[in-house]
Each structure stands twice: as C-alpha cells, then as structure tokens.
Design a binder for this molecule. Structure first.
Ligand SMILES: Cc1cc2nc3c(=O)[nH]c(=O)nc-3n(C[C@H](O)[C@H](O)[C@H](O)COP(=O)(O)OP(=O)(O)OC[C@H]3O[C@@H](n4cnc5c(N)ncnc54)[C@H](O)[C@@H]3O)c2cc1C
Length: 400
C-alpha cells in the first residue's frame, strides 16, 4: 500500500524531528521515515550548545530534556597535546544528555504536535521533484509526497544515489564513542576536549553521572578503538597524564564501541535533486565546535516555513529552493567558516583551505563573522572556544 502525505522527512533524529515538528504545528501532513528504532545510541559528544536550547524549547522538548536528568555544563577545558590546558567558563550553562534519551524526546515532541513517525523503516530509493512530487521506497514501504526533507545525517547510501560528490571519497576522519561509568565527580559540570596527534577526544557527563567519551580520529586510531578499546585508551593514557587523570576510576560500560561512517567535514549543499536537506545531511561541522546538534535543530526547524508556504501555493518551487538555501546559509554559513578556520588547532585533517570563494548552498562567506567576534570573542559562538581567540580563557595545566 502507498502512503500519501504532503511532506516526507527521511531521518527522524534532530534535524528531521525539528522539521517535522515545525511543519506539523503549521497543520502540514508530515510523515517521518526513520530506519532505526528509538531509543538508540549514536556517535556524538552529547554536548548540547546553548543555541540548541531555544530550539528545543520551541519544539516543546526542553522541559523533558531537563527532566531526564541532563547534566548542566558550565565550564570547558581544552587540553593540548603538550598537556597544557585552557579552561574557561561557558557564556551560559548548557546541557549534556545521551542521544538515546535526547533523540527519543525530540521525536516524541514532534509526534505530540501531529507528525507521523515510521520507525524501523529505511528509505532505499527516492525519485521525483518539486514539480511532480516524490516517491520513496523501502523494504516494506512506499510513500508519495509533494516535498521531501532529507535529514539522514552525515553519510548515507542515499547520498550516493543522489550523486553527491563527497560520497565514496576516502575519508580522513572517523568518529567513535563509548559511555564510561565509575567515579565521575571530577567531571561534574565540565566538558573536556583532549587534543592529540590524529584527532581529539571529548569527555562530559550525561544523565545519571555516566561519562560520554567521543572522539574524532584518524582511520587507524578509530579502527584501533573498535578492535581493542582498552588498548587504545591505555596507550592514550600513557601519552597524556591529563587524560589519565580525567579517566581515573572510569571503566567502559558493557557493549561495543560505536564506530562512525566516514566523516566528510564541510558544507555539502542544502539541496540535492530538489530534496531539501537539513542537519548533517547538508554538511558536517567539525565536532569540536559542539554546534552540530544545534545546527541540525535550527536548520530542520527553518525548513518548515517555506515548505508550508509552497504547499499553500504562496511560493513557487524556484522560490522554495531559493528560500531554503538562503535560510540554511544564514544559519550555518558562519559556523562552517569558523569550523574550518580553527580546524588546524584540533588535530590533523590537513591545513584549512582559504576561507573564501563561497558558492551558493556550499561554503558560505563569513557573513556576521565580525558580529560574532564582537559579541562573544569566541568564534564559533557555540562551545569549545578556540584558545587564541578567547579573551576570557586562562592557561595552565589541566585541572585534575
Ligand atoms: C565524534 C563526534 C562527536 C560529536 N559531538 C557533538 C557534540 O558534542 N555536540 C554537538 O552538538 N554535535 C556533535 N556532533 C555532531 C552531531 O552528532 C550531529 O551534528 C547531529 O547528530 C546531526 O543531527 P542530524 O539529525 O542532522 O543527523 P543524525 O543525528 O545523524 O540523524 C540522522 C538520522 O537519519 C536516519 N537515517 C539515515 N539514513 C536513513 C534512511 N535511508 N532512511 C531512514 N532513516 C535514515 C538515521 O538512522 C538517523 O537517526 C558530533 C559528531 C561526531 C562525529
């Protein structure tokens, strides 16, 4: 049987649920197709930057996130490879919560305002356009929709089917993550980023006092983590007394280490073959910024209004494409710029390209960059504040 709706959203995580919530609130018939069954774990630092909080509030999910016991984070530390550390207070306290909890809460909030969710349903094929509508297919699924929002994350077979250039390119980076339990009091209220040759590793407490360890690392390091996590941690501990102190008394929780798909950093375009993209599907911010989840929520939410206007006949297909690309650029452009500029500080991945030459829907110019600098002295205005630009940072050894 074929299911018909106004909008099909592929991917029911943060960007997808935010888009679906915004549309459903506007009375749009929206179906979210999500391949996983929630709750499910996800590779992520689980650090919700302060820009995410108003978006969660608008979605009606913030109270539930707080109620689930999210850790309040008010300080961050960056530990350099030589062991020197920069610690600073965050401009305002933020939250840290497991993706098992967060994604479930956010999807429930979108369901609560009328979005329909199909969990356990991978979309395997997608064809059509804004003119004649779309058809999506999966193993037990056929959906027809006038608009499709792609919120399938940083790397999926659908990217290959749509001929997106980054798909299939060798990746220089992978992510991995593991929850640790034990004596975590020293990490209360703090997020710590340890930078080492070949990548970096973040630690922060989530609900219930567990510690989330997430890293972005070279393929070799990521593979090592997957095959023998204890050995990898042992090696990193030996090389970094500061990390050894942070990990003291913590042990990996049972279960496998999560290893990510390839991570291709950078803006990948907000539209592909008329599919409006949101969140990581439109581009991957360097995780050190701690702004990926906020950007997913904000770009997902921002897709709602122009899509509703298109469905009501107030925007043409061309105007919808233009409005979606512009909104995406306004939200994510400066973030991508800063993410790239400060990348060399956060280990490997090659030197940054010149941050010029913007192209529509691709890397945007640093519009508002001066404003961000004036306003916060911490580009990007998210979380882990790159040391050289941070006026209020203090330098010293890593706190134990
Ligand atoms: C190592 C690492 C650490 C990070 N740390 C942080 C951090 O501390 N703070 C932060 O803000 N961000 C962090 N990020 C980034 C953050 O995880 C992402 O920006 C965020 O998850 C993007 O959300 P999304 O909704 O766009 O995509 P995702 O969360 O990736 O969700 C995509 C969804 O689409 C579904 N899907 C995929 N393909 C299909 C299909 N064909 N059919 C149906 N469903 C499909 C998936 O199952 C998934 O649920 C980190 C990333 C990495 C790699």
């Amino acid at each position: 049987m074929t299911l018909r709706c106004d909008v099909a959203v592929v991917g029911g995580s943060l960007a997808g649920s935010a888009a679906a919530g915004a549309l459903a609130r506007d009375g749009v018939d929206v179906v979210v197709i999500e391949k996983a069954r929630f709750p499910r774990a996800k590779i992520c630092g689980e650090f919700l930057s302060y820009e995410a909080l108003p978006a969660l509030e608008r979605l009606g999910a913030l109270a539930a996130v707080r109620g689930a016991g999210a850790e309040t984070i008010s300080r961050f530390t960056v530990v350099r490879p030589d062991g020197r550390a920069v610690e600073a207070p965050l401009a305002s306290p933020v939250l840290s919560i497991s993706r098992e909890r967060l994604d479930t809460i956010v999807a429930r909030a979108a369901e609560g305002v009328g979005a329909r969710f199909l969990f356990g349903s991978p979309v395997l094929a997608l064809e059509g356009g804004l003119g004649k509508g779309f058809r999506l297919e999966g193993p037990d699924l056929a959906v027809e929709a006038r608009v499709v929002i792609g919120a399938w994350g940083r790397y999926a077979p659908l990217d290959g089917k749509l001929g997106r250039p980054f798909f299939g390119r060798p990746a220089t980076l992978f992510g991995f993550k593991k929850h640790l339990s034990g004596e975590s009091a020293r990490l209360a209220g703090r997020a710590v980023l340890h930078v080492f040759p070949g990548g970096y590793l973040g630690l922060s407490r989530v609900e219930g006092g567990a510690v989330n360890l997430a890293a972005l690392a070279s393929p070799a390091l990521a593979k090592e983590a997957h095959h023998d996590f204890d050995l990898l941690l042992g090696g990193l501990r030996e090389r970094s007394p500061a990390l050894a102190r942070d990990l003291d008394g913590l042990v990996p929780e049972p279960g496998p280490v999560l290893l990510s798909e390839p991570v291709h950093l950078g803006a990948h375009g907000a539209i592909a073959h008329d599919v409006l993209l949101a969140g990581d599907a439109a581009g991957v911010l360097d995780p050190y910024t701690g702004a990926g989840m906020a950007t997913a929520l904000l770009t997902g939410e921002a897709a709602g209004e122009p899509v509703a206007a298109f469905l009501q006949g107030r925007l043409s297909a061309a105007a919808l494409r233009e409005a979606h690309a512009r909104r995406h650029r306004e939200i994510a452009g400066a973030r991508f710029f800063w993410s790239r500029v400060f990348r060399p500080i956060f280990g490997g991945g090659g030197p940054p390209r010149s941050p010029g030459s913007p192209r529509d829907g691709r890397e945007a110019p640093p519009r508002g960059a001066e404003r961000i600098n004036r306003a916060s002295s911490c580009p990007p205005a998210g979380t882990f504040c790159p040391p050289p630009a941070c006026a209020h940072a203090s330098s010293g050894r890593a706190p134990s």
